[in-house]
Design a binder for this molecule. Structure first.
Ligand code: NAD
Ligand code: DAU
Length: 353
């Protein structure tokens, strides 16, 4: 048996592939375009492992998808591939529409053609699992209840609008064509292999380099943080037991302000790699806010717990300690991803703030 994973060289995708093959012998066909965010080094532990078949390609390439479905006959798809960074979507939304909307559409059509030709148990058991985000629900006020699966879609950034569009396509392919889909909407992940353009890894690598720690606006924006291995276990649970056509919210029950997050990272670095210059928090710098910045996200993850028995295993304390330690132990990985294009991005996003 084989599952097709898209975007399996990115942050969450590579954690998922490694977790999956750590617990199962079912082959993964990993389709990834290796954008700036895709990194085969994340999968180095699988070199020579016949259970991992890597294909360098685009989810918007229909001919490639048809060939892969015909050759590998996957029983399920776990669709991670996306442009995922909000700030990049503000500077250049086109790639988000291309991959998140057109790419998901192309994948749905190829999956529909494949599934339509199946029969019996193969047809009944096929699944298209779409990995999405809490950002599709928009922004909460300080005392609003957390997002449930029934919350209105109110995306505010080009990124979240493109993900919302992809969620709607997935929903429609189920309602109109009967494609057996599952959708999960997850909160902010953190952990190993997180690209250092996102808040937590950026703060770790900047602090270690003695660079400013740029907090957008007042730093009081709230996110709900989940350790990436918990997201992976939630996806495995939904793929195995989720009800077809349903949406499940995934979260860590862990709302924190950005300021709290950055202070926690600094305190851990003070403990694990003290700086001769003094506490890392001295580097925190307030910079111009993100345009259209969502103030608060919070996930109500009761449905997945009630129906499928999933709860996160890590607390923020255990997860962030593992994460900071991972970055301290993987200076080579950090150095490799800080290529020329990474430096161009820092100039684009931070120089004018
Ligand atoms: P990422 O940016 O780290 O990785 C994305 C991967 O997709 C990369 O390997 C990239 O090369 C690949 N990719 C991009 N365009 C492609 C294309 N056209 N064809 C094939 N591959 C392509 O993203 P991530 O943080 O790992 O997020 C994975 C998924 O989870 C995304 O769909 C994202 O919306 C969703 N999500 C992320 C978070 C989070 O906190 N990071 C939270 C909730 C949901
Ligand atoms: O909520 C889930 C989403 O979480 C995912 O769908 C996205 O793919 C993922 O990138 C993440 O989006 P955010 O915009 O919340 O993550 P980011 O790490 O970019 O920013 C987290 C918060 O930190 C946000 O309020 C902006 C702020 N921030 C970010 C950066 C990069 C800063 O204050 N300074 C920074 O330099």
């Amino acid at each position: 048996m084989t599952i097709l994973v898209t975007g399996g060289a990115g942050f969450i995708g590579s954690n998922f592939v490694l977790d999956w093959l750590g617990a199962s012998d079912e082959t993964i066909l990993n389709l990834d375009a290796l954008t700036y965010a895709g990194n085969q080094q994340n999968l180095a532990a699988l070199q020579g492992d016949a259970r991992h078949v890597f294909v360098h390609g685009d989810i918007a390439d229909r001919a490639l998808l048809d060939r892969l479905f015909a050759e590998h006959r996957p029983r399920a798809i776990v669709h991670f591939a996306a442009e995922s960074h909000v700030d990049r979507s503000i500077h250049g939304p086109g790639a988000f529409i291309k991959t998140n909307v057109e790419g998901t559409f192309t994948l749905l059509e190829a999956a529909r053609a494949h599934w339509g030709a199946l029969s019996g148990d193969d047809r009944a058991d096929f699944r298209f699992h779409h990995v999405s985000t809490d950002e599709v629900y928009g922004s909460l006020g300080p005392t609003d209840p957390a997002f449930t699966e029934d919350h209105l879609y109110q995306p505010n950034s080009p990124y979240s609008a493109s993900k919302a569009a992809s969620d709607h396509l997935v929903r429609a392919w189920h309602h109109t064509y009967g494609l057996p889909v599952l959708t999960t909407n997850c909160s902010n992940n953190y952990g190993p292999f997180h690209f250092p353009e996102k808040l937590i890894p950026l703060m770790i690598v900047n602090a270690l380099a003695g660079k400013p720690l740029p907090l957008y606006g007042d730093g009081q924006q709230v996110r709900d943080w989940l350790f990436v291995a918990d997201h992976c276990s939630a996806i495995r649970t939904v793929l195995a037991k989720g009800r077809v056509g349903q949406t499940y919210n995934i979260g860590g029950w862990n709302e924190m302000t950005n300021k709290q997050i950055v202070h926690r990272v600094c305190a851990l670095l003070d403990e694990l790699r003290p700086s001769a210059e003094g506490p890392y928090a001295r580097l925190i710098t307030h910079v111009a806010d993100r345009p259209g910045h969502d103030r608060r996200y919070a996930i109500d993850a009761r449905k997945i717990e009630r129906e499928l028995g999933w709860r996160p295993a890590e607390t923020f304390d255990t997860g962030i300690r593992k994460t900071v330690q991972w970055y301290l132990d993987h200076a080579d990985w950090v150095a490799n991803v800080q290529s020329g294009s990474y430096r161009d991005w820092l100039a684009t996003n931070y120089a004018a703030r």
